[in-house]
Design a protein around this ligand. Structure first.
Ligand SMILES: Cc1cc2nc3c(=O)[nH]c(=O)nc-3n(C[C@H](O)[C@H](O)[C@H](O)COP(=O)(O)O)c2cc1C
Length: 191
């Protein structure tokens, strides 16, 4: 698939078929991810793959609880309270796979590198007919010592990009974009 088509067709997918994703497909996505650029080519990333439904359901429960406990610090999450309170709501939308891209160094540059890897992964998934969605709502829990211990993530790693992957059920309408805010900088600003 042409990269511009993949860029425009990638959607945050929140409804998945009950169908596993082949290990070869996951490997292809991670291969695309590691071809992202990284500061001085440090490649400071590690990919944690969870594809067990019971484990993912347990992660969802813990992530929701962590978010509910932290919600007072995040006024923008107020609208999510009822959703988080519902036992039926799976924060990972019942996707069959979660890939957590972790930064392996504390250098702030590593966070950027992991975000670039995440975008590569999501675009590669689009090209393969797979859906993805970055689940930022899980990050509060993922960045706790308890979650890292649960998932075998070393204490020195930072979970940056939790991305669900699966076969989309139907299509997701594009939410649209504001026009780009482009400002030309003239010579006058230079002193
Ligand atoms: C950093 C980040 C965190 C996100 N967290 C969530 C999330 O927790 N749950 C969710 O449903 N969507 C999440 N999204 C998806 C966005 O809501 C989505 O990308 C946005 O609405 C634009 O839609 P599109 O990706 O289909 O273009 C997240 C996206 C990003 C980049």
């Amino acid at each position: 698939m042409d990269v511009l088509i993949a860029i425009h067709e990638r959607r945050a997918v929140r409804d998945y078929r009950d169908e596993p994703v082949a290990d070869t497909a996951i490997a292809a996505l991670i291969d695309a991810a590691i071809w992202a650029p990284s500061g001085i080519n440090l490649q400071p990333w590690c990919f944690f793959v969870i594809d067990d439904a019971a484990t993912l359901a347990a992660c969802s429960t813990k992530a929701k609880a962590a978010l509910q406990a932290a919600a007072t610090d995040h006024p923008e999450l107020t609208g999510l309270r009822s959703m988080l309170a519902s036992p039926a709501f799976n924060i990972f939308y019942n996707a069959p796979v979660l890939i957590i891209i972790c930064a392996t160094t504390a250098d702030p540059m590593a966070l950027k590198d992991c975000c670039l890897a995440a975008q590569n992964l999501m675009l590669a998934a689009t090209a393969q007919g797979l859906g993805t969605c970055w689940i930022g709502l899980s990050e509060t829990w993922l960045n706790t010592d308890a979650a890292k211990a649960d998932l075998g993530i070393p204490a020195g790693f930072t979970p940056v990009a939790p991305i669900i992957v699966g076969h989309p059920r139907g299509s997701s309408p594009p939410p649209g974009r504001r026009a780009a805010d482009i400002r030309r900088v003239g010579k006058a600003v230079l002193s």
